[in-house]
Each structure stands twice: as C-alpha cells, then as structure tokens.
Design a binder for this molecule. Structure first.
Ligand SMILES: [Zn+2]
Length: 366
C-alpha cells in the first residue's frame, strides 16, 4: 500500500476542491509513492507528536491544522519548524493535512458534532459551493449493462437524496460502421453493424464526472464509447462551513451545555446566555466560528457552538440574543482524530492507525 492510495481514498470523501483558497492542504511533506503500514492521526503536528511518530515508526501523519501555513524561507535545525521538517524527512515520515475541506465536507467535523448531539434536519450553515449536476447517457451492448452500471455507481453516479444506485435503461438498437483503422469488438470493417444495445442514464455530480467517464470507458467493451453528457438545471448538493439543526427535544441551555461537554469529551467550556432558557435550534462551527453568530441567529439558531470566542464576541452575542457555547478550539476539533481513525480503519483493515497521545490542549484551566 502506498501513501498515494490512502490519499486517493481520503480525498474521495474529503475532496481538496472544497477547501478555501487561502488554505494549505494535501501532502505537505514526504513522498506519495512511499509505502505505508502505520498512520498517526492528530489535530496538530507539534514537536511532541513528531517525536511520537518517530518512536512508533509511523509512515504517515495526518493532521487537521496545516503543518505549514505561511511561506518558509529556511529549513534548518535552528528553527522549530525547520527541525520538525528535518526530522520527518530523516525518518521517512510523510505528513498530510486536511483542513477547511474537512470542515466543509459531509461527515467532517461539524457533521460529527451534530451527530453526537443527535440533531435532526441538519443543514449547511454557510454555503460555499453548490455542486453542478450532469446526466450521463451511455450506449452499451446488452451483455455489458451490469458492469457499466457498476462502473458508474462506483464513481458516485446515481445518488438522489437518500437513494443511491439510481439509473434508467432503455432497450434499443445501435448502428455503426467500423472504418479501416478500427479494431471493432463487434462487427466487420466497412460493413454496417446493428447491435442490441441499452442506453443507461444516470445523474452525476460535477466532482465525479471526469472519473465516472474514465470508469465507463475502461469498463466498456467498445473501442469508441458513445456517450452524452447533459448539464442539468436541478439543484445540486450544498457544501459549506458549519451546520444548523434541531435537538430531538427542546432542553434547558444548561442541560445542552453538559451534553456538549460529555459528547466532545472535554472537562470545561464557557457559555453566554441564560442557562435556564429552553433551546432547540443549534448552530455548530468547529474551531473558530464566532464570526458566524449573526448568520446563525438569522437562520433561527438559539445557540452557536464554536471555539475561540473573544470578550466582544460574547458581548455581541448577548446583545443579539443568541447563546454561545465556547468549547475551545481544541475541544471542538480534537474529534478529528476519532473521525479519521474510524474512516481509514474501515477502508484499510491492514493499516495500523494510531491516535496521537501527545497532542494535548495547550490551555489548562486552574
Ligand atoms: Zn482549527
């Protein structure tokens, strides 16, 4: 197994294209053609985490926060970052970061928090991107329809709401004349051939389109594959930062705060607003999301769960009438480690996935 294989699978779920332009994600250090047997997952790649990786003979570190964010002018042992990079390369450890793409993608940080709070009717809080939808129609001899359908659905074609593998087929007759330079699967050169074919139609998101067409061409028996791509006016899936949803049952703000603490496995958090009030609609922006409080309030949220809330943010929230739970940047994001560990372990049974023990919250409450 190569690092490249891990990245490909990971980016199918958490596409790089969803990240903000200012972000720095992907393989930050290392070689995608290196072999991988052991992965260490962490929120942050601190010096302690890199030592942990060296000690455990890890091949790949996966972080949420970009390991290199601003430009570096020197890589030498006299700076902390230089020393870290030196150590990684010397020990043949690669490092990959998934940041805003992981926040925005489905089943990323914000969805996981919504899931842990058992929220219903969960929507994107701040849409950054809406998928364009396409219809693919492909003509295939009846004998090969199953494998072509599989090639399409393997690449995510046919997803409509809570249904997958959706397609439609028509029976028909295909006609073609192989020319002199052809190498026909069916038929004879310079003679018109008629074949019982089916036309398979399925819907496809823009991000899967080129790979879906590649899959179809690879699985199709014909030398020249006849297919059509139509751009649709249907509304595609929305992607964006944060989530908003409703509790299964309204509860006191105090009760919700305790549940957030337990579900994120954190010892303490800060809140603004009356603890005795009942709350129902909850917005979530993991990490640092106080700037989304107006948006959350305008969408009807009673509470915004986030981190890194400053004094003036707290004051503004009180004025606005939205309650805030500040679970801390670390507190609201360290579940990254659980999500990635579970996702990769399900996909790659033979790879050992470690959750970092040395990446800890830099803040201590006394
Ligand atoms: Zn963060």
């Amino acid at each position: 197994m190569y690092i490249r294989d891990i990245i490909k699978t990971f980016e199918n779920k958490y596409p790089k294209s969803l990240a903000y332009n200012w972000d720095n994600i992907g393989l930050i250090v290392g070689d995608e053609m290196s072999r991988v047997a052991k992965i260490l997952v962490t929120l942050e790649a601190t010096q302690a985490v890199i030592d942990e990786a060296v000690e455990n003979k890890v091949d790949l570190i996966i972080t949420h926060h970009p390991f290199i964010f601003k430009g570096l002018k020197k890589i030498n042992k006299s700076t902390t970052k230089g020393n870290d990079i030196y150590k990684l390369i010397k020990n043949n450890i690669s490092l990959y970061s998934a940041h805003t793409n992981f926040d925005i993608a489905y089943d990323g940080l914000n969805d996981e928090i919504a899931k842990r709070l058992d929220l219903k009717d969960v929507l994107v809080l701040d849409t950054t991107y809406e998928q364009k939808l396409y219809k693919i129609a492909v003509y295939v001899p009846a004998s090969h329809q199953e494998c072509i359908r599989k090639a399409m659905t393997d690449m995510g074609c046919g997803n409509i709401g809570n249904y997958s593998d959706c397609s439609f087929t028509f029976d028909g007759v295909g006609r073609f004349k192989p020319l002199n330079d052809s190498n026909p699967y069916i038929g004879t050169k310079n003679e018109i051939e008629t074949v019982k074919e089916v036309k398979i139609e399925s819907i496809c998101e823009e991000s899967n389109l080129s790979q879906a067409i590649n899959n179809i061409i690879n699985a199709h028996p014909y030398e020249e594959v006849a297919y059509d791509i139509y751009e649709l006016k249907n509304t595609g899936k929305k992607y964006g930062l944060g989530r908003i949803g409703e509790l299964q049952n309204s509860m006191k703000f105090k009760e919700l705060s305790v549940i957030v603490k337990q579900s994120l496995n954190i010892e303490n958090l800060r809140v603004t607003g009356n603890l005795e009030d009942y709350v129902n609609k909850i917005a979530i922006v993991s990490g640092s999301g106080a700037e989304f409080m107006t948006k959350a309030h305008s969408m009807g949220a009673d509470v915004l769960i986030t981190g890194d809330v400053k004094y003036h943010d707290a004051q503004n929230a009180l004025e606005l009438g939205i309650k805030i739970i500040d679970a801390g940047h670390f507190g609201s994001e360290n579940i990254f480690v659980d999500i990635v560990e579970q996702y990769l372990q399900n996909k790659f049974e033979n790879i050992e996935i470690l959750k970092s023990k040395s990446n800890i919250n830099p803040f201590v409450t006394i």
